[in-house]
Design a protein around this ligand. Structure first.
Ligand code: 13P
Ligand code: SF4
Length: 357
């Protein structure tokens, strides 16, 4: 029963004390979040993994790529545990290393590898945090960098200083929305189709490009549309619409603002008057924001409940199991990134952590 599970988790946590730290992403269900020592967006959670070097174990209540990142950034002695190994991210799975390598080879054929007169290389690869460690390593060894939705603008600026153009993967929407906000015209953002020669683009289009987009997307954020925003504005005059930048461009354009999960949280916290907010992001987070801010009216733009099905795979039952195993001195569901991959991925992650505005 829920009460039994609750007692088991609390007892194991109390026995472990500082030996284990539990991190929870905003999209986790409340039944899990209540046990987290730290809750945040993917950037904050990557930082949190760095700040607990004394904990033997980091229990990551989130998805696989986040746990991989924590393993890369934590000390080699620390074990990162993903309570359910089936908690992946469908967007991260949309860019595999072989396809990206193949794309890279074709781009090298077209552009060569020599810098221009101002020292900028032809292409800088930028991977969204929502990607495998192998792709972060690819960026590390090819002069590239990682970004999250909270620092994508700063990271793209970093890349434009060093490169004539950017190859951005896996999320086309974050890439497009961020580049657009930086003034890049749409015709300079061709999409790469890995199944076609030159990504299905003619050479001139690629030559003129500033950002080459991968075809990935988030199945949760893809559901939001402009019609929902129009309806919210009709039903609630004065409503503030805030969406995540993984939403399609038209949705971001029609919203009042767009930003990472932490941005959304802070935007609500900053409202001093009772306000109605329509939010375009995962439902567990929206419901929690609504409960935490009873002075405001907060609802999800999508009337059909839309949890991230993989985030939802972290159930308190799994949390109880991994914690109790730890109490017994056993580490289960450990996420380990290969040493060679770690080294290069760390380079790309450290570039991101250093790329402050
Ligand atoms: P944040 O970086 O905003 O936490 O987003 C992570 C994510 O997976 C959004 O779908
Ligand atoms: Fe991946 Fe989308 Fe879930 Fe975020 S919400 S973890 S991008 S599937």
């Amino acid at each position: 029963s829920d009460a039994e599970l609750d007692a088991r988790i609390r007892a194991a946590k109390a026995t472990l004390g500082d030996r284990a730290v539990i991190l929870g992403h905003f999209y986790q269900r409340d039944e899990v979040i209540q046990y987290a020592d730290f809750v945040g967006d993917s950037f904050q959670l990557a930082n949190a993994a760095l700040t607990k070097p004394d904990a033997e174990a980091i229990i990551f209540c989130g998805v696989h790529f986040m746990a991989e990142t924590a393993d890369i950034l934590s000390t080699p002695e620390q074990a990162v545990i993903l309570p359910n190994l089936a908690a992946g991210c469908s967007m991260a799975d949309m860019a595999d290393e072989d396809s990206v390598e193949e794309c890279w080879e074709q781009l090298e054929e077209i552009f060569g590898t020599e810098p221009d007169e101002s020292g900028r290389v032809p292409v800088i690869p930028v991977t969204y945090m929502n990607s495998s460690a192998a792709l972060k390593a690819f960026c590390g060894r090819n002069g590239g960098i990682v970004c999250t939705s909270s620092n994508a603008k700063v990271v793209l600026e970093w890349a434009f200083e060093r490169g004539q153009r950017v190859l951005f993967f896996p999320d086309q929407h974050l890439g497009r929305n961020t580049a657009k906000a930086l003034g890049v015209p749409l015709e300079q953002m061709p999409m790469w189709n890995p199944r076609k020669e030159f990504g299905g683009n003619d050479e001139q289009t690629l030559m003129d490009s500033r950002v080459i987009l991968w075809h990935g997307f988030c199945s949760v954020h893809k559901r939001f549309n402009v019609g929902q925003i129009e309806k919210a504005r009709q039903d609630f005059p004065g409503v503030k619409v805030i969406v995540h930048p993984e939403c399609p461009m038209e949705v971001v354009d029609a919203a009042d603002s767009a930003g990472s999960t932490d941005f959304i949280k802070k935007a609500i916290a900053a409202a001093t008057e009772p306000t109605t907010f329509a939010i375009g992001t995962e439902i567990n987070m929206v419901n929690r924001l609504a409960a935490e801010n009873p002075q405001h009216t907060i609802f999800c733009l999508d009337p059909v409940i839309c949890p991230c099905s993989t985030m939802y795979r972290i159930h308190p039952g799994y949390l109880a199991w991994v914690l109790e195993e730890l109490v017994q001195g056993r580490i289960v569901n450990r996420i380990t990134v290969d040493d060679a991959v770690q080294d290069n991925a760390k380079i790309a992650l450290e570039r991101m952590l250093a790329a402050k505005p």
